[in-house]
Write a protein of this length. Sequence first.
Length: 225
Amino acid sequence: MWGGVWGPYVLKKAHTSNKQLHELAREIRGTEKGRGRKLTHQQYKVICGKWELASKPFLTSGNDYYIELLAKLDCVTVPKGETLLGAFERAKLREPPEKVMIVQNENLRVFANLCRELQEMAGEQPIMLSQTSVAKLFGHSSHRTISNWIKALKTLGMLQIAEHWKPGKATRYFFIPNSHNSPLTEPRANEKSWEFVIEALLFAIIVAISALPIFAAGDALHQFL
């Protein structure tokens, strides 16, 4: 069972487990996408166990390959059967999200579409944007342009950082086409809330101060009587 999933990624030589586990993780995600639901953790363990048994001559003693597989499953952004090029071709045919239409740069609009395609492929998982790979798609020799596009979409509230960069793991993003609830709009809502609280407090203070002469006059009248 599951031989078609793990079989092609059995190690044939030493020091190839990192690449083959990554491809196995992509295969698993592709299988899940085709089935329309995720496998269970027990099924992940069974697949990994069979892969380890078949790859045993080339594995490093003491390594926990199941944990490595789980980590790589978390890193998959393009499942088997899906390609970045395929997403790019679809992106070129779609109508750009409304928020990016304010920008006249056609390539940036296509890039926004590409981010949307990748998010749809990833489901609820954040997406990774390989600037070098994306630059090649657009025919750019440098990734700096892609870096600027990412920053532009962040400013527009269409890209939200899900996980910051750290050694061995690139920055992950969520694509938000309609960013009504994006972090860029939240501070404004918070500012309005604080403004309301401050205004209410000021009003209460003014009312209290204006009432003091009335109470003072009443007290004086009481003493006079």
